[in-house]
Design a protein around this ligand. Structure first.
Ligand SMILES: NC(=O)c1ccc[n+]([C@@H]2O[C@H](COP(=O)([O-])OP(=O)(O)OC[C@H]3O[C@@H](n4cnc5c(N)ncnc54)[C@H](O)[C@@H]3O)[C@@H](O)[C@H]2O)c1
Ligand SMILES: O=P(O)(O)OC[C@@H](O)[C@@H](O)[C@H](O)[C@H](O)CO
Length: 431
């Protein structure tokens, strides 16, 4: 396997599933061969190794390579940590090392490329060019078909990757080769994995430690023309279509996270569990979920259970998920987390939903006071307008989140969003 985006989540999720699949295959577990080394050990045929590339900076690759690519996964249970040594990553590389990248993707023993490159990367050209470049090297090497598996929090992430990579392939013959040989798998991934802290590193004695929660989920839909690890060993589910799971995850968990982040920051909180202890945030979360429930194509009972499970996960005081981390890149995240709910409600003749608009208001308040260009480069034009006035900011937010709505609908939503932000800020909506 090859991975792009060597962050915390990949190491808590795909690398862990692969590690466990290796353990099951070998009976004992072992360190697999590095797929970037074309002459790598053939005796590890049943084990899967991951050549993992960082996306933007070399630091994570250097630190991991310096310790032989193995690291500690701390699974934070409510009453203590369970530590596991993960050995599925077999090589860690600076993403800027284009020779290593091309060599890895072109290796005929590589069957799967996974991605965790964050949501904005799908609208930017650099990551998709890199992927197209690797696939061009694979075509030139005659290395055959493979699967590309996006593991980012986006609806139809496989289809979205395919469209973006075809857009980045300037040569039509490469685009045709990709269409004929590359399968883009849609996924829904779930495991709350906050960035590790200095305390976590000191306590574990591992500079590359990853901290995560016990819960984990992975739905996949698509073909693996060159094979794959037995991820089902740990419960990964291969399904014909992931759409319903996508909606449940993005509309409940991720939208809830974004609401708690923007409202929680405005109310002086630092982490998800702190925001959950604030009655005002909890009521806002319930209202957000109440709005999503009627347009979620799931039995009522399933939605109730999913909400209860999320309350348990969000209130885990041992997972300190920082609101600042979740608040990043709102301009790329909210169109997937809230827009479809509001659009579906409007299409059903319902109101946009006060709970959803509270999220939009909280985001507007954040654009006015908490936004920084490195935390959300794509939000710059919105923040500029938001800082001019609440009314202009509300219009910019609604334009961004609901570009196709009817003018009379927009006018009333803009007013509501401005009023909500004024209330969060304790100012007047005309300010
Ligand atoms: N952390 C979680 O709880 C979680 C859970 C489910 C899904 N995810 C998905 O995984 C993504 C990464 O989360 P994380 O916790 O690993 O974050 P992280 O900050 O630890 O790592 C992000 C990785 O993405 C890379 N990256 C960023 N922009 C890129 C670009 N333009 N091109 C290539 N690589 C790029 C970075 O270099 C880094 O390796 C999230 O954005 C989300 O879509 C995360
Ligand atoms: O990772 P992001 O930046 O897409 O979103 C922040 C969180 O909402 C997210 O990481 C969740 O923790 C995760 O999606 C849980 O599976």
């Amino acid at each position: 396997m090859v991975h792009l985006g060597l962050g915390a989540f990949h190491r808590a999720h795909q690398a862990w599933y692969t590690h466990r699949a290796n353990l099951a295959a070998s009976g004992a577990g072992g360190h697999p061969a590095d797929p970037s080394d074309a002459a790598g050990a053939a005796d590890a045929a049943d084990l899967w190794g991951i050549a993992a590339f960082t996306g933007r900076r070399p630091d994570a690759a250097r630190a991991l390579a310096a310790q032989g690519c193995a690291y500690t996964l701390l699974v934070r249970e409510p009453d203590g940590d369970a530590a596991e040594r993960i050995t599925s990553i077999s090589g860690a590389y600076d993403g800027a090392d284009t020779a290593a990248w091309r060599g890895a993707v072109a290796n005929p023993r590589v069957a799967v490329v996974t991605l965790t490159i964050t949501e904005p990367a799908y609208g930017a050209t650099s990551a998709m060019r890199r992927l197209a470049d690797g696939l061009a090297a694979r075509r030139d090497a005659g290395a055959g078909p493979l699967a590309v598996v996006s593991c980012d929090n986006l609806p139809a992430n496989g289809a979205r990757t395919r469209d973006a990579v075809l857009g980045a392939a300037d040569d039509p013959r490469l685009a045709q080769w990709i269409t004929d040989h590359v399968s883009f798998v849609d996924t829904v991934v779930d495991r709350i994995t906050p960035a590790a802290t200095d305390d976590d590193r000191a306590a574990s004695g591992d500079p590359c430690v990853v901290v995560t929660e016990p819960f984990t989920e992975w739905y996949l839909a698509g073909e693996f023309p060159a094979g794959r690890p037995a991820w089902e060993v740990e419960g990964a589910r291969f399904v014909p279509d992931v759409e319903v799971y996508t909606r449940r995850k993005l509309w409940l968990l991720n939208a809830g996270h974004s609401l708690l982040a923007y409202l929680g920051l405005a109310r002086g909180h630092t982490s998800i569990d702190e925001a959950m202890a604030d009655g005002e945030c909890r009521r806002a979360l319930d209202a957000l979920w109440d709005d999503a429930a009627p347009v979620l194509p799931l039995p009522e009972r399933e939605i109730r259970d999913a909400r209860a499970a999320l309350v348990r996960r969000f209130t885990n005081p041992r997972i300190r998920h920082l609101l600042e981390q979740i608040a990043k890149d709102g301009s790329a995240k909210l169109p997937a987390r809230s827009t479809p709910v509001v659009a579906a409600r409007l299409a059903d003749g319902a109101t946009p939903g006060d709970g959803q608009l509270r999220l939009w208001s909280a985001w507007l308040a954040h654009l006015r006071s908490g936004w920084t260009s490195d935390a959300d480069p794509g939000g710059a034009p919105l923040a500029a307008r938001a800082r001019t006035s609440l009314a202009d900011g509300a219009a910019a937010v609604v334009d961004h989140l609901l570009p196709a709505a009817r003018p009379e609908t927009i006018t009333s939503i803009v007013d509501d969003v401005a009023r909500g932000a004024a209330q969060i800020e304790g100012t007047r909506s005309t300010a």
